[in-house]
Design a binder for this molecule. Structure first.
Ligand code: NAD
Ligand code: GLY
Length: 367
């Protein structure tokens, strides 16, 4: 096994992110997260057949006395529901989980957010260890402690801040990830370059082919650099009172796209996935920045070209109505009583929050 890379997340509840191949087969690494005698491994119907037995075997090898339960939900954004949250609590109850129990969230951001929220609520908060298996989850959703489920009125509207006890990112799992899901993860990787690290965009431009081909060393570098940025930001602003909002670059547009698609098709999980919606959202945020005179059009063009290079969509899908998208944005958690608020940029690597944006300017960009 090649060397493990570590990223430390500081703050009131510090934890470590371990990144490397083969980590789900490392009994000591998994078992060192355990404080009690109960563990629930939560996963989905795509990931469980591939990796659940590895995690269970590693935990059993390290701790034969462990009472181990499992929860496998169907895959997809449409399953990040209050119903499956209740199923996770039922599984913890069935296991007899005590306050020192641990939930292992094995999967992408859907499983991570849902299992993390269940851990946040069971007995007012037990440990969750994030075992991300998508690129998006490795660079974003597993880090920082945001947990949630979706409701029909909007994505992630019900949730809690609940930092993990540890994050263990086995990059070997990315080999089985469908190519579309790998590409979606690059939207969040590019985001870090866009908001705080312009040289990272240069690196991504240079390494795009190797990254898309699944080169382990390059992926580990991209994941570690992304996690280091997220760690630094959430350490300074764990509850999104300020700087953390920068991580939502592209997300106000992206969440509106996801919610409108869900409304038009009977539920979440149709049309663009989260990473794809964020890619389109970042292009729109850059365009809005230019329209408001904050950034040069050339920076937005460069961002769009890079996202397209990673096989990501860069234009609004057909059939979405601008007025309906703006109505969704008013409900977004980033909106405030005073009006629409966006993360915009002054150019590559220089994002900032801008409040009281004129809806006419947003509508013009969407049209
Ligand atoms: P996902 O969890 O739906 O996973 C994508 C698909 O890949 C699923 O079908 C899944 O079963 C499959 N899959 C996962 N790992 C696999 C593997 N190794 N091999 C084969 N198939 C695999 O989606 P995602 O993109 O990982 O996460 C999106 C979710 O994350 C959204 O709900 C979003 O809101 C949330 N999110 C949360 C945060 C946060 O800070 N908490 C940040 C970003 C995104
Ligand atoms: N993905 C946004 C955040 O964690 O704050």
């Amino acid at each position: 096994m090649s060397a493990i890379q570590y990223v430390e997340v500081g703050g009131a509840a510090p934890y470590r992110i371990a990144i490397g191949p083969g980590l789900l087969k490392a009994p000591a690494l998994l078992a060192e997260c355990l404080r009690g005698r109960h563990a629930l491994v939560a996963s989905d119907g795509n990931v469980a057949p591939l990796y659940l037995h590895r995690v269970e075997a590693a935990l059993r090898a390290a701790r034969p006395d462990l009472r181990l339960g499992r929860l496998v939900i169907p895959p997809g954004e449409g399953e990040k529901t209050l119903g499956n949250f209740a199923a996770a609590l039922d599984a913890l109850a069935g296991l007899g989980a005590t306050r020192d129990a641990c939930v292992f969230a094995l999967g992408g951001g859907v499983v991570g957010d849902l299992a993390g929220f269940a851990a946040a609520c069971w007995m007012r908060g037990i440990d969750v260890v994030q075992l991300p298996t998508t690129l998006l989850a490795m660079v974003d959703s597993s880090v920082g402690g945001k947990t949630a489920v979706d409701i029909p009125q909007g994505k992630n509207l019900v949730g809690a801040f609940h930092p993990p006890r540890a994050v263990i990112a086995d990059i070997g799992t990315l080999r089985s990830l469908p190519p579309r899901e790998l590409r979606a993860g690059f939207a969040e990787v590019v985001k870090y370059g866009a908001i705080v690290d312009a040289p990272f965009l240069d690196w991504l431009e240079a390494q795009a082919d190797g990254l898309l081909a699944g080169d382990d060393a390059l992926l580990a570098q991209a994941i570690a650099r992304s996690c280091a940025h997220k760690a630094a930001i959430v350490e300074r602003d764990p509850f999104e009172r300020g700087e953390r909002a920068l991580l939502n670059f592209g997300h106000t547009f992206g969440h509106a796209i996801e919610a409108e698609q869900a409304a038009g098709s009977g539920g979440y999980g149709h049309g663009l996935n989260h990473g794809e919606a964020v890619a389109v959202g970042m292009v729109l945020a850059a365009r809005l920045s230019t329209a408001l005179g904050l950034a040069e059009a050339g920076d937005g063009d460069r961002l769009r070209t890079l996202l397209a290079r990673f096989g990501l969509p860069t234009a609004l899908p057909e059939g979405l109505e601008a007025g309906a998208l703006v109505a969704r944005m008013r409900l977004d958690k980033k909106a405030q009583a005073s009006g629409l608020r966006f993360v915009l940029w002054d150019g590559a690597g220089r994002a900032r929050v801008v409040a009281d944006i004129d809806e006419a300017a947003v509508l013009a960009v969407l049209r």
